[in-house]
Design a protein around this ligand. Structure first.
Ligand SMILES: Nc1nc2c(ncn2[C@@H]2O[C@H](COP(=O)(O)OP(=O)(O)OP(=O)(O)O)[C@@H](O)[C@H]2O)c(=O)[nH]1
Length: 302
């Protein structure tokens, strides 16, 4: 982990030596003393940070993890919880894809401040930011001031994921980051998040990953327009059904009277036409259904 002032060169160096499919920008936010720096240190170094001091401004760390078969580089910004750094830390919120919203389970004060932190994250970072609520210091059960149930209700009401962690023992620390990354990846796959959108907080790792993604999108596109075409045909045929069958029936009868075709032959022509028309309608409906089913269950089929 390094201070924000030293991270630039280091980041360039690591970019050259590592390959990954995606890069996600993460924030760690919450009140001072909640254990944000210790969580980040535990995640990156796999050990507890014994002498943790208050963060000055922002600190930075990164780690490549495997999420659902994809290698994802997490670029994590650990922000200072102290009020006096609020204006500095706020400038780092922009374009974050994920955030850990941390409180201390032994401090109700840090829990009560969550709403303010959440409002900041949702207004200053990306509107689609994926947030996980983290109740830290799980090892201090005897000093607990916030129950698991209470916090999980808060998480549910505010559409957040939730885990309790201990930066001291390492319990659930990695799982917290992975859970958040997994949700972002799922949203990318479902099309809810677009890595190409400015300020999404997501980047493609290398050119090949970008190319693969583009190819996938291109192969998906015709499917989408095919569905649109089907839906349009569907609407058109529904509109035609009643009026046009009546009109065509009338036209065939008038024609048969003019050229003097026997009634039986005329009925045969009309029946044949109706059979063909019904088959066409049925095929269009079946294809539309199939196409909708495929779109809805694409992730499951994969
Ligand atoms: N027992 C226990 N102590 C912890 C844990 N996590 C952090 N601490 C302690 O809590 C104190 C604050 O931890 P920090 O990580 O510096 O807190 P912070 O949220 O980064 O604070 P700011 O940088 O001021 O925003 C330190 O004394 C840590 O040793 C934990 O999981 N269990």
């Amino acid at each position: 982990m390094q201070s924000v002032y030293r991270q630039k060169n280091w980041h360039l160096k690591s970019k050259m030596s590592e390959t990954y499919d995606f890069l996600f920008k993460f924030l760690v936010i919450g009140s001072a003393g909640a254990g944000k720096s210790c969580i980040l240190h535990q995640f990156i170094e796999n050990k507890f940070k014994q002498d943790s001091n208050h963060t000055i401004g922002v600190e930075f760390g990164s780690k490549v993890v495997n999420v659902g078969g994809k290698s994802v580089k997490l670029q994590i910004w650990d922000t200072a919880g102290q009020e006096r750094f609020r204006s500095v830390t706020r400038s780092y919120y922009r374009g974050a894809a994920g955030a850990l919203l941390v409180y201390d389970i032994t401090s109700r004060e840090t829990y009560n401040a969550l709403t303010n932190w959440l409002t900041d994250a949702r207004t200053l970072a990306s509107p689609n930011i994926v947030i996980i609520l983290v109740g830290n210091k799980k090892d201090l059960e005897a000093e607990r001031e916030v129950t698991f149930l209470e916090a999980s209700r808060f998480a549910q009401e505010n559409e957040l994921m939730f885990l309790e962690t201990s930066a001291l023992t390492g319990e659930n620390v990695e799982e917290t980051f992975l859970k958040c990354a997994r949700q972002i990846l799922t949203k990318i796959e479902s099309g809810e998040l677009d890595p190409e959108r400015m300020g999404s907080g997501i980047q493609y790792g290398d050119t090949s990953a970008r190319r693969i993604q583009r190819t996938q999108q291109q192969t998906k596109r015709p499917d989408c327009s095919f569905k649109k075409l089907l839906l349009r045909m569907n609407t058109m045929t529904s509109n035609w059904t009643i009026s046009s069958i009546y009109q065509i029936d009338k036209a065939i009868k008038t024609f048969s009277r003019t050229v003097k075709i026997p009634d039986e032959a005329c009925n045969c022509i009309i029946s044949g036409f109706l059979i063909c028309y019904s088959s066409l309608l049925l095929s269009i409906y079946a294809l539309t259904l199939l196409s909708s089913f495929r779109t809805e269950h694409r992730s499951l089929i994969k």
